[in-house]
Design a protein around this ligand. Structure first.
Ligand SMILES: Nc1nc2c(c(=O)[nH]1)N[C@H]1C(S)=C(S)[C@@H](COP(=O)(O)OP(=O)(O)OC[C@H]3O[C@@H](n4cnc5c(=O)[nH]c(N)nc54)[C@H](O)[C@@H]3O)O[C@H]1N2
Ligand SMILES: Nc1nc2c(c(=O)[nH]1)N[C@H]1C(S)=C(S)[C@@H](COP(=O)(O)OP(=O)(O)OC[C@H]3O[C@@H](n4cnc5c(=O)[nH]c(N)nc54)[C@H](O)[C@@H]3O)O[C@H]1N2
Ligand code: SF4
Ligand SMILES: [Mo]
Length: 710
């Protein structure tokens, strides 16, 4: 009997990038099986990864371009669809100038696509108006990491260091649901005698694993970190030698923290003084310790300073750049790390270079074969770009995001998208955003095309093509190639991912995220390569040089700042942009459930996942529910200054009584982002997804109120 070869590859969804095998089935379709040899997940997959192949089915995904005709989206051929896009982009540029063209990308796109999209915007369209959904994700941690260490790589060490450290403070991550196979590292940490502290306003599945759970009021992590630093200083637990030799700016940061007396911090955060003291003891006692943050403290209008405060705590206790120690951010999307390095961000060029740096412009323009002066400057951040649609920005090309569901103040964003002169969307499914488009292009998916991603560890991985896409489907690189040609740029947009990667290597060479020593050949043989990996020998002898091995652990000798020292940043606590008041007395926070991914565009199309998580809900504490007169399952309206969302109540003692929680995976009346506040962090331009003021109204239970319903 013929055996069909299976292809080792990686999951299409989150930043853990679990290894999996894909085997084509004789009857059509593919099977996903575990792959035990990949060290990060060692065969474990969550339900999303296990069922990912269902979205490849022709009935589920798009297989023909759609062009709006007489108000409706109707099937069309590729040449017609591409001609329409090129013609409309060209016309808009002639009438209104290049900055009337917008581009919106995504952290799920491979490195090759993110690179090509950024180049397309700057070289073909000539617009500065490009940004991407990573701005909604880890941009605050990225900004704080760059400020303190001179470099942003989410985790500066591999996950395998976690079980061997002494203590981890996990701030606002629910990884038991958002990256289930990674929980193993924390279980092993505790088995090895280390301790886990979880900071989350909810007692999540992750918090249940912790030795200590702190449940602060949403948006107060900054005060919490300052209070812990105050106690570290007061108890004489600072590492003076480390501070002297490896940092600058301590005096100012220390002075700023000294105002945060434990009792004052207890009043702001709701975390008790004994718990603060216990945390400091657990964190300072062992020889090694880590702080890891995720979206809880980061998606705040003070996210950058909040992460900065946690970094200050790590620096004062001598953690970063020491073995099995330091600060890390748990990046979220499949290529959330690589997607922020290669130029789809408003202020950035490939290799994590800065668009306003003359040397960076010269280098990249040289690789691209264009005049450095022809490259536009930095543009608007994601929310500001979406907010400008229909006014300054009149035509948009969108690839790899579904902002109708995932952007803050989503009803307004939807209205802005509708007001565009022209919207083109490339997607694998007809997302809620694609439904608004003038042209929709059906693109290939992870199992159907080769490309690289960079995981939350900074590990560059090869995702391999295992099956051919169905007829009628082309890749994102083909889309950019064809549009570039139609807009007069014949060269420089190959459809082959490896050819694109070869150019990315050269563009990134010498930059902070240097990929020049990484090749597809190497990635096919190794379990990924950690950047930076310059194209120069780093080991072996002069006679027998060996290629650079990549950099699993950063900062061991020096930080990436000009003087090699980490920088303390003096930060102070500030209120949430919208504090509760008489009219809106509660705080809403938002997040995820294990069975749905992001805007749900892909996972809402998988039956097993929908059965597990069929729709939105509102978590209410029993005391709050009693005060409101809400019973479990009652329909409740959550109302903010931006709008109203309706979903069933889920009553649980796992949440603070002053806080309500909604997952954001669904469109329609239960869309959490109808409510959220687009107040932006001044540095990272991250919106405040994790706290806004709301009130809850009970609409009544079908079972109790509606006659005849039961
Ligand atoms: N199942 C699933 N997995 C995913 C995703 C998904 O959509 N679904 N998305 C992926 C992506 S892109 C990302 S970014 C990651 C996100 O991964 P996580 O950051 O783990 O996800 P969230 O649920 O957004 O937020 C984590 C926790 O923050 C808490 N929180 C809310 N407000 C605050 C606060 O003010 N302070 C603190 N300390 N905590 C707070 C919430 O209660 C929540 O439990 O997940 C990735 N993995
Ligand atoms: N209230 C609230 N809102 C949030 C968050 C929150 O915690 N709370 N979290 C924010 C965060 S962290 C994130 S990352 C965003 C994510 O939100 P979105 O940016 O909406 O992310 P996805 O839902 O993953 O959308 C990706 C889209 O691209 C398509 N796609 C997948 N692969 C490809 C590809 O290779 N090419 C193309 N062209 N398309 C592809 C998918 O089908 C899908 O329609 O949501 C943010 N919104
Ligand atoms: S944890 Fe993330 S990478 Fe792993 S299978 Fe689940 S969604 Fe995929
Ligand atoms: Mo994210």
């Amino acid at each position: 009997m013929e055996t069909i070869a299976s292809t080792p590859t990686h999951c299409p969804y989150c930043a853990l990038q679990c290894g999996m095998n894909i085997t084509p089935l004789p009857q059509g379709g593919v099977e996903v099986t575990e792959r035990t040899d990949f060290p990060v997940n060692r065969g474990a997959l969550c339900g999303k990864g296990r069922t990912a192949a269902e979205v490849l089915a022709p009935g589920v995904r798009l297989t023909s371009p759609l062009v709006r005709t007489g108000g409706r989206l109707v099937e069309a051929g590729w040449p017609e669809a591409l001609d329409r896009i090129a013609e409309r982009l060209g016309r808009t540029r002639r009438e209104y100038g290049a900055d009337a063209l917008g581009v919106f990308g995504g952290g799920g796109l491979t490195n090759e696509k993110a690179y090509a999209l950024g180049k397309f915007a700057r070289v073909v369209l000539g617009t500065s108006q490009i940004d991407y959904n990573g701005r909604f994700c880890m941009s605050s941690a990225a900004a704080a990491g760059t400020r303190a260490f001179g470099l942003d790589r989410g985790l500066p060490f591999p996950l395998e260091d976690i079980p061997r450290t002494g203590c981890v403070i996990l701030v606002g991550s629910n990884l038991a649901e958002t990256m289930p196979p990674s929980l193993r590292f924390f279980t092993e940490l505790r088995e090895n005698g280390g301790t886990l502290i979880v900071v989350d306003p909810r007692r999540t599945r992750t918090a249940e694993q912790a030795d200590l759970h702190l449940a602060p009021r949403p948006g107060t992590d900054l005060a919490l970190a300052l209070g812990l630093l105050h106690l570290v200083v007061a108890d004489g637990r600072t590492d003076e030698e480390y501070i002297r030799e490896r940092t600058t700016g301590w005096e100012e940061a220390r002075a700023a923290a000294m105002a945060y007396w434990p009792e004052y911090v207890e009043r702001i955060t709701g975390v008790s003084v004994p718990q603060l003291r216990e945390t400091v003891g657990m964190f300072c006692e062992p020889a090694s310790a880590m702080v890891l943050t995720a979206r809880g403290p980061e998606q705040q209008s003070k996210g950058t300073d909040t992460v900065g405060a946690w970094i200050n705590l790590c620096l004062a206790t001598g953690r970063p750049g020491r073995p099995r120690s330091g600060y890390g951010c748990l990046t979220g999307q499949g290529n959330g790390q690589g997607g922020r390095e290669h130029g789809q961000k408003a202020d950035q060029l490939p290799g994590y270079r800065k668009l306003d740096d003359p040397a960076a412009r010269r280098h990249v323009a040289g690789v691209w074969g264009v005049d450095p002066d022809s490259l536009p400057g930095p543009g608007r951040s994601a929310y500001e770009l979406l907010d400008a649609l229909g006014t300054d920005v009149r035509a948009l090309l969108l690839m790899g995001s579904n902002p109708v569901v995932s952007a803050p103040r989503a009803a307004h964003v939807e209205e802005r998208l509708r007001s565009l002169d022209f919207l083109a969307v490339a997607d694998v499914v007809l997302s809620e955003t694609a439904e608004l488009a003038d042209v929709v292009l059906p693109v290939a998916q992870w199992a159907e095309e080769t490309g690289t991603t960079t995981s939350l560890e900074g590990r560059v991985l090869l995702r391999r093509r295992a099956v051919a896409p169905p007829p009628g489907v082309h890749s994102d690189l083909y889309v950019l190639h064809e549009l570039a040609g139609r807009l007069g740029v014949e060269k420089g947009f190959p459809t082959d991912p490896e050819e694109t990667f070869e150019e990315l290597r050269r563009a990134s060479a010498g930059g902070p995220a240097d990929y020049s020593g990484i090749t597809y050949r190497r990635l096919a043989e190794e379990d990924g390569v950690f950047w930076p990996c310059p194209d120069e020998p780093a080991a072996g002898t002069a006679a027998a040089p060996r290629p650079h091995g990549g950099t699993p652990r950063l900062f061991l000798d020096r930080f990436a700042t000009p003087d090699g020292r980490a920088r303390f940043v003096p930060v102070v606590h500030r209120d949430t942009a919208e504090e509760p008041d008489a009219e809106y007395p509660l705080l809403l926070t938002t997040g995820r459930v294990v069975a749905q991914y992001q805007s749900g565009a892909q996972t809402r199309r998988v039956a097993e996942l929908n059965a597990a998580a069929p729709g939105p809900f509102v978590e209410l504490h029993p005391r709050l529910a009693a005060r409101l007169g809400a019973a479990d399952g009652d329909r409740v309206a959550v109302v903010s200054r931006r709008g109203r969302a309706v979903a069933p109540a889920r009553i649980t003692g796992a949440i603070r009584p002053d806080t309500v929680f909604m997952p954001f995976h669904w469109p329609g009346e239960g869309r959490a982002n109808t409510l959220t506040n687009p107040a932006l962090d001044p540095t990272s331009r991250m919106p405040e997804f994790k706290s806004c003021a709301v009130r809850v109204e009970v609409l009544g239970a079908l079972s109790r109120d509606a006659p005849g319903a039961s």
